[in-house]
Ligand binder design. Structure first.
Ligand code: HEM
Length: 179
């Protein structure tokens, strides 16, 4: 059994965007104030909100579909660990962009998605709150990066060491279901 084409597309699109937005966040933060820095901040926010939207779609998919069953060779504790890791990943893929959105509001810089859709500021302008949310955004990002690494290494182990087909369920290279 495999994930559907929709689930795989959302999974790999989100993975790709994280791969872009994370280093961009670190790079832009180090730059001196300039028009290019401000432009990169906008790109970072747009990609971050896109990840948030795709994650909501992914959660919707998840409520409408059962993920394919794991092979019986996977022990009970590994199944529980993987379920917890996946829930945490979903939670962080919501919490990281939302903390960025709230930080921008508190710092008084409204997020305008792709320069066209203004997002509501959900907290008042407040310098101290902005600094706090900046620390929260950073801390959540470190947790997300750690979990993504564990998730990635677990996938590689299943594919190359255990050879149990767990990772192939999320690869386009085999026959897939369409919805
Ligand atoms: C999954 C989505 C996101 C990821 C992985 C991410 C990642 C990061 C990272 C790694 C940094 C650098 C932290 C540092 O070294 O200080 C950062 C900074 C920042 N992020 Fe995000 N971010 C995401 C979404 C967002 C969103 C949606 C917004 C706003 C709408 C946002 C606003 C910011 C801002 C303003 C900074 C700079 C803070 C500063 O320079 O003081 N981020 N982000």
């Amino acid at each position: 059994m495999k994930y559907t084409r929709t689930a795989m597309t959302l999974h790999w699109l989100i993975a790709l965007l994280i791969f872009v937005v994370f280093p961009l966040g670190i790079y832009m933060h180090e730059l001196p104030l300039s028009p290019i820095k401000l432009k990169l901040y906008s790109y970072h926010k747009w990609i971050g909100i896109t990840i948030f939207t795709l994650t909501l779609l992914r959660l919707l998919w998840r409520t409408l579909h059962q993920p394919p069953a794991l092979p019986p060779s996977i022990s009970r504790w590994q199944q529980t660990a993987s379920r917890i890791a996946h829930y945490l990943l979903y939670a962080l893929l919501i919490a990281v962009p939302v903390s960025g959105w709230l930080m921008s509001s508190a710092k008084g810089v409204q997020t305008v998605w792709f320069g066209t859709l203004p997002l509501p500021d959900m907290v008042p302008r407040d310098k101290a709150l902005g600094e706090l949310l900046n620390t929260v955004h950073k801390g959540l990002n470190i947790t997300l990066l750690t979990l993504v690494l564990v998730h990635f290494l677990a996938g590689l182990k299943h594919h190359f060491v255990d050879r149990d087909g767990v990772m192939s369920r999320m690869l386009f290279t085999h026959k897939v279901k369409s919805s």
